[in-house]
Write a protein that binds this ligand. Structure first.
Ligand code: ZN
Length: 422
């Protein structure tokens, strides 16, 4: 995951344009990805798909041609969606188009202006102090014209139509934690699930923030009715605590699954829904009210370097990304395998030994595995789900699920036929 983030780091992404296409092209080498192009001007819910932005070069140069701000050194140097400029001006005139990062004089801020046409450069306070008075040659070689909004979608069908939705934003340029950590995790999660047998269907979206989820929702009202749970992934590579933010509903199956998984992980955080953050705002808008939480570590704005050149590849660490991926996989495992069962020998405890069930308990902790069998037998009256049992027993869901499988193979447990309650 860190290697993928490193490969994608130099690309200049925005909410539209070739940077997103190149990024999706790299993802498509790893998972089956359908790339959608939605024309500029298309109405999407209360919004409109904007013009497409592309940039090939930008700089501020002194009279002798020395570039003192150079897009090629860092794509953060240009305000995203800057309109083209070619002019000569002194610092006094240029200054209102320059942005610095107050928290650290060495870092370049990340700025955009999607919906108000303007142009600008971002630089560190140190660079600003050394600029001089000019005159400067100021060039932004960009295009802002009708084109399309691009997003990627990976659909993995399962036995059932019910879907799990996992999304991440792909619209930030060279920022590692905010953007690339999510892209890398969702790619790896999709690759892992592509290799498995699946009861549920899975859909993964790689979308520009806000306008991308709004565009997808506008085009997929029919799909939204099949979503049984999911989460937005963002900022999952830093060393902040593993964090899950609940859906608007708060008690959806995915919320309970995440609460159970994070409850087993030391130092993790569970937060209630707030209409802030990333695309969970759109998925949890009242007209959709999808059971979509958010898996993250540090929240937006919560870590040093957020939305600046301080959010680089040193900030994200392979072990943090792996820890976040394992949590995502564990949450998905609960959604995939939760169900209600009926004990077929409910009067007294059935004799496990004569059915060979003790022999199945070879693991490192046979006592816990035996306890898991007894919990599943005791609670499986058709009303309690495996997640209910994991919660009540405080045993990991995986243990409870494994016990249920052994009991089914031993003829002591059958699936309850009613639909599980939310
Ligand atoms: Zn961001």
């Amino acid at each position: 995951m860190h290697a993928l983030a490193s490969d994608l780091f130099p690309i200049c992404r925005s909410i539209t344009g070739d940077g997103v296409r190149t990024t999706l092209g790299e993802i498509a080498e790893r998972i089956p990805l359908e790339v959608h192009e939605v024309p500029s001007g298309t109405p999407v819910l209360d919004w409109t798909v904007p013009d497409e932005w592309n940039i090939s070069d930008a700089y501020v140069a002194t009279a002798d041609g020395k570039r003192v701000i150079d897009f090629n050194a860092s794509n953060l140097h240009v305000v995203g969606y800057s309109e083209p400029v070619r002019a000569t001006m002194a610092l006094a005139e240029l200054r209102s188009h320059l942005h610095t990062f107050g928290e650290n004089p060495a870092w370049i801020p990340y700025r955009t202006s999607y919906y108000a046409r303007t142009w600008g450069f971002c630089l560190s306070e140190r660079e600003l102090a050394e600029l001089g008075e000019g005159p400067f040659e100021v060039v932004i070689d960009s295009t802002l014209a009708p084109g399309s909004l691009t997003y990627g979608e990976c659909f993995l069908p399962g036995e059932r139509e019910e879907e799990v939705l996992v999304t991440t934003h792909v619209c930030h340029p060279s920022l590692a934690n905010d953007n690339l950590s999510g892209i890398a995790l969702v790619t790896e999660l999709a690759a892992a699930l592509a290799d498995r047998e699946r009861r549920l269907s899975y859909r993964f979206l790689f979308i520009p923030g806000t306008i991308g989820s709004i565009t997808w929702l506008a085009r997929n009202a029919d799909v939204t009715t099949r979503i049984v749970g999911g989460f937005v992934v963002a900022c999952v590579g830093d060393s902040g605590p593993l964090t899950y933010k609940r859906s608007r509903r708060g008690g959806a199956l995915v919320d309970r699954a995440a609460e159970h998984v994070l409850g087993q992980a030391a130092g993790s955080r569970l937060l209630d829904f707030v209409p802030w953050g990333w695309d969970e705002r759109q998925f949890n808008s009242p007209g959709f009210d999808l059971p979509m939480g958010c898996l993250t570590r540090s929240l937006e704005g919560e870590y040093e370097g957020y939305h600046s050149s301080g959010d680089d590849l040193h900030l994200i660490r392979p072990e943090n990304m792996e820890d976040s991926l394992n949590a995502a996989l564990a949450i998905v495992d609960v959604l995939e395998h939760d169900g209600r069962y009926v004990n077929l020998a409910p009067k007294g405890e059935p004799q496990l030994g004569k059915r060979g069930l003790y022999r199945g308990l070879g693991g490192p902790d046979p006592g816990t595995e035996q306890l898991a069998l007894l919990w599943v037998l005791n609670q499986s009256d058709g009303r309690h789900s495996l997640l209910d049992i994991a919660e009540r027993s405080q045993l990991p869901f995986g243990r409870i699920q494994m016990a249920a499988e052994l009991l089914r193979e031993g003829g002591l447990l059958a699936e309850a036929h009613e639909e599980p309650a939310e």
